[in-house]
Design a protein around this ligand. Structure first.
Ligand SMILES: Nc1ncnc2c1ncn2[C@@H]1O[C@H](COP(=O)(O)OP(=O)(O)OP(=O)(O)O)[C@@H](O)[C@H]1O
Ligand SMILES: [Mg+2]
Length: 285
């Protein structure tokens, strides 16, 4: 597990800031390479959220401007910042590299598929080679946290993903999803697990409750991301898949991955601080 320190001890601090589609995260490594507990603010506009995150983080950790060596910036929103923060040395770094580097750091693995489950989903392959980490961006999908938020708003009139997760607790997927077992029990499909989804929302019943729909939304997004990651892992012949991004903090999302893991023979890993994988990867560059 990474070690946390409230205050930087010696040397200069390197900050990472990740301006994502929904939230801005900030983290620091002090002069002894100790990780300072990351923080998160909701992204309103990029400039406001960067300065808000920067102010909160530096005040709470007792870091003065003179203590900062440099600021590594990443994320879709970082391009909107066209001047350095308080004249500090600021460097843009690749979000995809950051995802891979952060995923390996948190999981302590030497090789893995690293998935960022944020507003959208990005998938990278990362491998340690000597002192370097080689990363490759494999693609992604627009199905992600933004999909959950949007569908939750329209289908069950809920804004918060946490409330949606709570609502999903009593949900019954058999009222929403068509399962393999619903449509076949013989022949060449016998090999398939009868509980696997044949069609998300393919059996949405008139009697489906709000809880069933909430669980159906969460399940559809998590299954989509999980299957894409599984295909990527087969291509790279690794079984280790590290999940990062804010969706990793949602219990029913983790539950979907945990159920699929034995079926497809992969290891889905949710390391501590997985929400902050990308920003940690940025600060490490
Ligand atoms: N506390 C939270 N604040 C905002 N979104 C949250 C929170 N908890 C869970 N979520 C979900 O996580 C998603 C955002 O995840 P995250 O903050 O990792 O994305 P991002 O980095 O802003 O986006 P991207 O990486 O795609 O640019 C939201 O769409 C929402 O579904
Ligand atoms: Mg992100």
């Amino acid at each position: 597990m990474p070690e946390f320190k409230k205050k930087p001890s010696t040397g200069k601090t390197v900050l990472g800031i990740d301006v994502g589609g929904s939230t801005t995260k900030i983290v620091g490594f002090d002069g002894n390479k100790n990780l300072i507990q990351p923080q998160i603010v909701k992204a309103t506009d990029p400039v406001t959220s960067v300065y808000g995150a920067f102010g909160k983080f530096t005040v709470e950790n007792g870091i003065g401007l003179g203590d900062i060596e440099r600021v590594m910036m990443t994320g879709v929103g970082s391009a909107f910042l066209n001047s350095p923060i308080y004249n500090l040395p600021c460097e843009p770094v690749s979000e995809f590299d950051s995802i891979g580097i952060g995923g390996l750091y948190l999981s302590k693995l030497d090789e893995a598929i690293v998935v960022s489950m944020g507003t959208g989903t990005a998938i990278t392959y990362a491998k340690k080679e000597g002192d370097c980490i080689k990363t490759e961006y494999l693609g992604g999908t627009g199905v992600g946290g933004g999909t959950i938020t949007g569908l939750a708003k329209k289908l069950v009139d809920i804004d918060s993903v946490r409330h949606l997760a709570k609502l999903s607790e009593g949900g019954d997927l058999s009222k929403i999803d068509l399962r393999v077992g619903d449509i076949t029990n013989t022949g060449s499909f016998k090999k398939l697990n009868a509980d696997l989804t044949a069609s998300n929302f393919g059996k949405a019943s008139d009697m489906a409750s709000r809880s069933d729909i909430a669980l159906g939304i969460i399940n559809m997004v998590a299954e989509t991301v999980a299957m894409m990651a599984i295909f990527a892992s087969r291509q790279y012949k690794t079984k280790d898949i590290v999940l990062t991004g804010n969706l990793t903090a949602i219990d029913p999302i983790r539950g979907v991955f945990e159920n699929l893991s034995p079926v497809f023979g992969v290891n889905f890993l949710f390391p501590e601080n997985s929400q902050f994988g990308t920003v940690i990867g940025a600060a490490l560059q």
